[in-house]
Design a protein around this ligand. Sequence first.
Ligand code: CAO
Length: 421
Amino acid sequence: MADTSTKPQAGIKQVLVPDIGDYKGVNVIEVMVKPGDTINVDDTLLTLETDKAAMDVPSPYAGTVKELHVEIGDKVSKDTLILVLETAGDTVPDKAPEPTAQAAAAPSAPSTVATPPKPAEAATSSGGHASPAIRRFARELGVDIARVSGSGTKGRVTKEDVQSFVKTALASGGTGGGLQVADMPTFDFAKYGEIETLPLSRIQKISGANLHRNWVNIPHVTQFDEADITDMEDFRKQLNAEYASQNIKVTPLAFMLKAAVTALQQFPRFNASLSGDNLVLKRYFHIGVAVDTPDGLVVPVLRDVDKKGVVQLAKELSEISAKAREKKITAADMQGGCFTISSLGGIGGTAFTPIINAPEVAILGVSRSTMKPVYQDGQFVPRLMLPLSISYDHRVIDGAQAARFSTYLAQVLSDIRRLAL
Ligand code: CAO
């Protein structure tokens, strides 16, 4: 008589959750089979997740799934019925099922027999959070699981996520193009100390997404320079004294707007946008100005700066920035810009790397002017130096052009008679 404890017979078998240690009520997070599927010994049936680790439950038999008794989201314990299987025959060795466990964050560790789970941080804080079966599936397809964004519970990578990653990679020519980066992990900061959580403002959410898009899509280079604005500053003070009665305050930014347009006229590639394989050169000069508001950064646009004088621009600048800070700025106020100036000069700093405001191709960052000793005609003389930081799209502008642009801009600011040329 055959020994049925070691040699299975063809027929109906119930497959139960094996011994999973002390865990009870464990979450089912993946179900890998469905009724009608033909499976082999050791094929993964489902994946269970405790708060510490994920484990696969392999099939002890080969056969055809007749009934499935669990679904994603169920909570199971040892001996919960998983499925009913019609086994194929007596050629298949019977074996006790052993769940295989793996801390979900270890990207390429092989599956192992269940061991005491690893600390929760390892299972929840890194990209590529996936069950051993999904990791195996990804490995078979040559996919680095860490690069797949998870759509499952707690950001878990599912089989569908891996499949759609492969489809996207194939659609992009399989050349590794596109930004297939892993999602940022989430952290439980409260574990380490007291925290306060503030919602982002609407402006921060919109501008954050735009800044991120521009930062990753545009190859940025930043060119630094300095302009001697000693004479410009004298003239600005003189103007302010003259216009004080009209309540007009001329800040260095009004001169920067004019000087930027003069440089854009001299170097038309900076007053352009990429459109497919074409470069669109603009014959108008609308300049955006980054304005810091309590709700976040907005960039209203001053129109036809080439046709306006410094005093007029100073007036418009204070009007538009007041409008922005009073939250009265409209979408139309922020459209149509050719080039942007981001001035942090009123606050401080020596240089920064501004992010290009696409579809523009360059942006001027202005930091705080300071008196510096400048070597002139055999001696050091005190001069007021203004730091300039020009970020440009390297697909459109070469480094040499950028250096010429910044040198020219610095010359214009150093000798504002050039604004009249
Ligand atoms: N160097 C030294 N002093 C400067 C200066 C500079 N580069 N630029 C401005 N100042 C002075 C001004 O002359 C003014 O001085 P007084 O009060 O003594 O007259 C003071 O700083 C404050 O100027 P302001 O900031 O009110 O005016 P502005 O025209 O220079 O700038 C605006 C207007 C709207 C651009 C500015 O208020 C602002 O919001 N800046 C922040 C922009 C920002 O956040 N950019 C970062 C974007 S991320 O890339």
